[in-house]
Design a protein around this ligand. Structure first.
Ligand code: 3Y8
Ligand code: NAP
Length: 248
């Protein structure tokens, strides 16, 4: 009897949860507890960490989980690594729902860099209006470049003082092309720092940057361990042994 654990927290994971619920597959949806009010899901939902690999092993065994689906964000590297380890220890089938990275289109001006630390170094020395579209957890390194006027975007209002002066936009996305264009024009944004999240929920800023001819400092994805991975909900449903109207 199938009992799936969906490691969620993304728009794609929400689409998967809807299909799994529609197919009446026994499943649990899991959030890491990063935001104050995560979106409701049509499945029994747990919120918060498992307690590392051992905690996830205990959950798999204690909850009788038969399949694990890693539908986390491509930058949720620790969760993905823990899932590979825990599923190896328990012999539990694991699959990842991982959308393709964004690729450069004609007109894109990307400076591709490996991590946030390198992103700071890629900014110009002379003061500029910079949009940091990388959330809340990894902005501290930009305190070493206080000459810039920063615009940040968080899911929830900041709880602690910021490490540098900045304007904070509170919005959880998904974002629209027109909304991103308006936001960037209104603030005279000259540089954008983004992670290569892929998917549609946050790509509008990349399209708006292209239209405005703005440079994007694009942070590449972390390396993840080898595991079975697909890009569509339909392939996950087939892996779970269910045909869907979504097609292949
Ligand atoms: C808690 C679940 C939906 C889901 C929306 C997607 C789209 C917007 C791209 C920008 C970039 C960013 C950030 C982002 C994206 C979607 C999707 C996606 C980027 C929610 C959600 C949770 C989180 C966690 C949050 C992080 C933060 C990252 C904001 C829900 C809304 C910047 C990633 O305050 C914090 O601690 C927030 C932390 C991890 C990265 C960071 O380091 O700050 N996502 N985002 C999940 C959990 O607890 O398990 O609250 O409902 C999900 C979404 N985030 O329904 O359409 O790709 O699916 N989220 C990045 O790309 O750099 C926004 O602003 O342009
Ligand atoms: P992370 O750094 O890879 O994980 C750190 C720890 O958070 C994990 O070891 C685990 O704690 C816990 N955790 C993460 N995701 C979890 C989940 N879905 N269910 C239960 N516990 C989880 O994770 P992150 O980058 O902070 O992302 C946290 C959540 O936000 C994920 O659900 C992810 O899909 C979502 N998200 C992240 C980003 C991003 O930019 N990173 C963007 C959009 C959405 P324990 O070790 O205690 O088990």
């Amino acid at each position: 009897m199938t009992r799936a654990l969906i490691l969620g927290g993304t728009a794609d994971a929400g689409l998967l949860a809807a299909e799994v619920a529609r197919a009446r597959i026994d499943a649990v949806y899991s959030y890491g507890g990063r935001t104050r009010a995560p979106a409701d899901q049509p499945l029994p939902t747990r919120i918060g960490g498992f307690g590392g690999v051992s905690g996830l092993v205990d959950t798999i065994r204690g909850e009788g989980i038969t399949h694990v689906i890693d539908a986390t964000h491509p930058f949720a590297a620790e969760m993905s690594r823990n899932a590979v380890e825990a599923c190896a220890q328990t012999g539990t089938p694991l699959i990842a729902l991982e959308r393709a990275p964004w690729t450069k289109a004609p007109g894109d001006n990307w400076i591709e860099i490996p991590d946030v630390a390198a992103a700071v170094g890629a900014l110009p020395d002379s003061p500029a209006n910079v949009f940091l579209a990388i959330g809340r957890q990894h902005i501290a390194p930009f305190a070493t470049r206080p000459q810039h006027a920063y615009t940040l975007r968080f899911v929830d209002p900041p709880e602690a003082p910021l490490p540098f002066a900045a304007e904070v936009i509170v919005s959880r996305g998904p974002f629209t092309f027109d909304g991103e264009l308006e936001m960037m024009r209104a603030r005279g944004i000259a540089w954008i720092v983004a992670r290569n999240s892929g998917g549609d929920g946050a790509r509008a800023k990349i399209d708006a940057a292209r239209t405005l001819g703005l440079p994007v400092i694009m942070i590449s994805r972390p390396k993840l361990p080898e595991r079975l991975r697909v890009e569509s909900v339909a392939e996950i449903m087939q892996w779970l042994g269910h045909r869907t109207c979504l097609g292949a």
